[in-house]
Design a protein around this ligand. Structure first.
Ligand SMILES: [Fe+2]
Ligand SMILES: [Fe+2]
Length: 282
């Protein structure tokens, strides 16, 4: 699967970011909390791949890495604007972004193999979360259309490039017991850190929004969103576990059938000068 860099724009200037999700502010704030991680997180992914760029000689993989970097850069740009608007609407996005920056600055001091293993672990998360969002459009149905388009675009491109960082890791680390041990132990550490931070960020944002109702009913709705029949954390549990199979590859979860959905988003959101390539023509 060769990813395509697309220059798309999403305009949230007219969106009430405190209340954009059809299922209420607490769900919207959960996704707002996720957005805080992206700009710097995605720059970290790019940085960790660049550490190994000179070791990648396969022309197809080289091309895929360039496209991966292009996609993540675009995601970073759009989420940065989204986060700036969160701050402008009175939410603590800048403060929480600083927490992310501080953590990533520490991670950049680790040996480069560990940094790449962190990237592929987090890419596993974006791939399985993205799949979940694409598989269950009812979870965002009726929400602000511009936000829905943006999250779907991000999920689709995360799907498109989900094998790239993993292929780089396999290429440079080999299929050895130590490379297996590093990637799986990293996933466990990253999962604990990531889920803990998301929960903390979510609570911080929700508490900062004084107008949002935060009664038992609202928190129950949030719990349903995560753990109900189509709940995100419940549904990603099994795909998360697949990472521990010795021969795992992200495309073992073959969900390429969703990718044609990008065409409609491109038609509405492409920056005119960028002449993006439609997925169907790629
Ligand atoms: Fe991304
Ligand atoms: Fe990604």
């Amino acid at each position: 699967m060769m990813p395509t860099r697309r220059d798309l724009k999403f305009d949230h200037s007219k969106t009430d970011l405190k209340n954009w999700h059809a299922r209420g502010p607490l769900i919207g704030h959960y996704m707002n909390a996720l957005s805080i991680f992206f700009p710097e997180g995605e720059r970290f992914f790019i940085h960790s791949l660049r550490l190994y760029r000179d070791q990648i000689t396969d022309p197809e993989l080289k091309k895929a890495v360039t496209a991966f970097i292009g996609q993540e850069a675009m995601h970073g740009r759009e989420h940065e604007e989204y986060n700036e608007l969160l701050a402008a609407q009175g939410l603590p996005a800048a403060e929480l972004g600083e927490v992310v920056n501080t953590i990533l600055a520490q991670l950049k001091k680790l040996p480069k193999a560990m940094q790449l293993s962190i990237t592929i672990a987090l890419e596993h998360f974006t791939a399985i979360y993205g799949d979940h969002l694409l598989r269950h459009p009812e979870l965002t149905e009726g929400s602000d259309p511009e936000m829905v388009a943006m999250w779907n675009w991000h999920a689709l491109e995360e799907t498109e490039h989900k094998g790239v960082a993993y292929d780089v890791y396999t290429k440079v680390m080999g299929k050895t017991l130590s490379s297996y041990a590093l990637r799986t132990s990293t996933l466990i550490g990253v999962t604990a850190l990531f889920l803990g931070l998301i929960a903390a960020f979510h609570v911080r944002i929700a508490m900062a929004d004084k107008a949002a109702k935060k009664g038992v009913r609202e928190w129950a709705g949030y719990a349903w969103f995560l753990f109900g029949p189509v709940g995100g954390l419940r549904k990603i549990a099994l795909p998360w576990l697949d990472y521990f199979k010795p021969g795992f590859h992200p495309w073992d979860h073959d969900n390429r059938e969703f990718l044609s959905r990008i065409d409609e988003i491109v038609a509405r959101h492409a920056v005119p000068a960028s002449k993006p390539t439609l997925a169907s023509a790629a």
